[in-house]
Each structure stands twice: as C-alpha cells, then as structure tokens.
Design a protein around this ligand. Structure first.
Ligand SMILES: Nc1ncnc2c1ncn2[C@@H]1O[C@H](COP(=O)(O)OP(=O)(O)OP(=O)(O)O)[C@@H](O)[C@H]1O
Ligand SMILES: [Mg+2]
Length: 257
C-alpha cells in the first residue's frame, strides 16, 4: 500500500495558542482514515494546514512524494526574504491542482448561487467545458436530489442536501484525496447515514482516498480503516479503527460508554 499523504511533525500556532503540536499522520492510497477529537482539539486546523490555509511553524507535509507545505523555518529560508514570507510551500490553488479537495466545516456553500453554479465553482481549475458538463452529469447521477434541484438557489436546500452539494463541489475537481470536515455536523442520524454511504461509494467506486474529521466518533470509526485521536493539538492514539472502537479510553471519552 503506497503512502499518499504524509504529515511529519507539524505545529501550527494562532498568536500564542499552539493549535497543533508536533503532529505526524500518514494516509495510504485508497484508504479511509479518520481523525476524532473534542471541540477545539485542532481537527479543522489540521485540514487547513494540509491545503495551505494555515502556515506551519514546524514540520512538513508531503503529498504523493512532493513536499506541498513546509515550515517557515525550514532549511533554505534563512535569508531575510525567506524569513519574512508568511508561509512556505505551494499555494492553496496549486495544492488543489495536485489533487486534494477540502469540504470545509459548516459546508460553506454559496447560498445565493444555484446548485449548478456551485458545482461550476468546484471545477474552477478545469478548462474543458465538455469535461465540466460530463462531471456535473455524473454528480447528478450520484446525488439524484442535486439533479432535481440543479437550478434552485442553494439556500433553499436542506442541511443534508447542502452537505451533499458541498461534497459534489469538491469532487468536481476529480481529487485523489478528499478531506471532509465534520460532514455529519448538525444533521439527523438518517441523513448522516446517507452521507456516509456516499462517502464509502466515493472511496470504493471512484478510488478516492478519504480523510475524515468527525466529532461523531462512532460513525467515523465504523466508516474508516484507521483512526487517529487528537487531544489539545496532539495525536494521543493511532490504531486500526476496529481496535479503537474496542479501546476502553475511546469508549469512555468519545463513545459515551
Ligand atoms: N483563526 C483562529 N484564530 C485564533 N484561534 C483559533 C483560530 N482557529 C482556531 N483557533 C483555536 O485553535 C484551537 C483549535 O481549533 P480547531 O478549529 O482546529 O478545532 P476543532 O477540533 O476543529 O474544533 P471543532 O470540533 O469545534 O470544530 C482552538 O483552541 C481554537 O479556539
Ligand atoms: Mg472543526
């Protein structure tokens, strides 16, 4: 199994707050890997760091053998200009073009745009109009509810439909790795099940590697092969998801048992 994403010893700060402390994680090609943790533990910060939205103060991130993010203090940045740069590594757009798509927390859909226009935004890097049209049709087949609502303003969709649209928008760039930030947030259990079923199909049928962040630990661990547990910006556990489901600490702290 080849390694697709490699996070090596990264730290991220917000002013004096150290949001991530020497985090290392590895995601193999084709897997579903999850990260669970309480509110404020640093999960969203980690996803933002992967797509270049938050600079690293330590460590580096490699995707498919290419270093996409490195810390400000990394070797080679010793010059005055190097130190003044706010971040090092590829820009967010370039990281997206390498094949990583983020579905952000709270979905962040363009509420005044139609479903179709939102999907177009997801394909901003694709020049070929025929290819964009083909991918949109594939999304409407995969999420029939979006096909039925394609001309409707996104604000009129239910929370679950908006989440599906946010996922479809990310898939429009045909990513190799999709990062999902709490796809189940604020949704009813049945809707969450639908969304997790889709995530599984995206992984199995389209061979997209999935990195899933969730507070709903049970759903996330059941859906994934491997899991990481984060507390206060640190990884405190890493194991096969099936083992984490049986782990006493995980059961007490995250599964309410
Ligand atoms: N833009 C920011 N400025 C300052 N502090 C921030 C910022 N974003 C996050 N933080 C802080 O960093 C820590 C980690 O936040 P983060 O959003 O990554 O946590 P999370 O695990 O995603 O939480 P949640 O489950 O609530 O989404 C928290 O203490 C948070 O208050
Ligand atoms: Mg978060």
């Amino acid at each position: 199994m080849s390694e697709l994403l490699s996070i090596e010893d990264i730290s991220v700060t917000y002013g004096n707050i150290k949001a991530l402390r020497n985090v290392s994680m590895h995601v193999n090609q084709g897997d579903i890997v999850c990260l669970i943790g309480a509110n404020g533990s640093g999960k969203s910060t980690l996803l933002k760091a992967i797509v270049g939205q938050e600079p690293l103060v330590e460590g580096s991130i490699t995707f498919d053998g290419e270093e996409i993010c490195q810390s400000r203090n990394a070797a080679g940045s010793g010059s005055k200009w190097g130190r003044m740069k706010s971040r090092k590594g590829l820009t967010t757009d370039l990281i997206a073009s390498r094949g990583i798509a983020l579905v952000p927390e709270g979905r962040r859909v363009f509420a005044d745009m139609s479903v179709e226009e939102n999907l177009d935004m997801g394909a901003f890097m694709v020049r070929d109009k025929a290819l964009i049209a083909e991918r949109k049709e594939a999304m409407y087949d995969f999420f029939p509810i979006l096909g039925a609502r394609r001309r409707q303003k996104t604000r009129s969709l239910s929370g679950g439909e908006q989440q599906m649209m946010a996922i479809a928008r990310a898939l429009m760039s045909a990513p190799r790795l999709i990062l999902l930030d709490e796809p189940g947030l604020g949704l009813a259990p049945l809707v969450i099940s639908d969304i997790f079923e889709k995530i599984d199909l995206i992984n199995k049928q389209d061979n997209v590697t999935v990195f899933l962040v969730e507070q709903n630990a049970r759903m996330a661990l059941k859906a994934s092969k491997e899991g990481y547990v984060m507390e206060n910006g640190r990884i405190v556990l890493h194991d096969a998801s099936a083992s984490l489901l049986e782990n006493e600490k995980v059961r007490a702290a995250y599964l309410g048992e």
